[in-house]
Write a protein that binds this ligand. Structure first.
Ligand SMILES: [Zn+2]
Ligand SMILES: [Zn+2]
Length: 155
């Protein structure tokens, strides 16, 4: 079970918050880690390339490999969540621990958050859980975003 303690942070986090998060997860505070946390908070559902671009705004010399490594470490520690809708590259977000779901646009790939369908985790009760102790339900709703619905048929 992942820690839920960061999900309660609703105000805009500061560098001091990110330092606390890293220490709380027993991760050393480094500039690349702070940069990646800042980028993921500022750009929810960003892919790795966008995150690298954002981190390089602050740390121009950071390598791809360093950012990949940091994203993995932060995801393993539960500080960021990795999602990967089918047909999409991996995306990262800082909203963790609340089992929220996602709606993905089939046309442009835009992603938005969707709260749990019912109550709290795991929010969907399996008809037959096969004896598993279920703590998460990962749901992706597919459709078209408002911009694509409003756009004249461009296909
Ligand atoms: Zn769209
Ligand atoms: Zn999300």
């Amino acid at each position: 079970m992942r820690s839920r303690k960061w999900a309660i942070l609703r105000r805009v986090p500061t560098i001091a918050d990110f330092e606390r998060m890293l220490r709380g997860a027993a991760l050393r505070v480094t500039r690349p880690r702070l940069g990646v946390l800042t980028a993921v908070h500022a750009h929810p559902h960003a892919d790795t390339e966008s995150i690298i671009g954002a981190v390089r705004g602050e740390l121009p010399t950071v390598s791809h490999q360093a950012v990949y490594g940091v994203l993995h470490a932060l995801a393993d520690a539960g500080l960021v969540r990795r999602i990967q809708p089918s047909g999409s590259v991996a995306r990262y977000e800082s909203r963790v621990g609340d089992n929220h779901h996602h709606v993905v646009c089939r046309s442009c790939g835009a992603i938005a958050d969707v709260d749990c369908a019912v109550g709290d985790t795991p929010c969907l009760t399996a008809a037959d859980d096969s004896g598993y102790e279920i703590d998460e339900a990962e749901v992706i709703y597919w459709g078209r975003c408002p911009e694509c619905v409003a756009a004249p048929a461009a296909m």
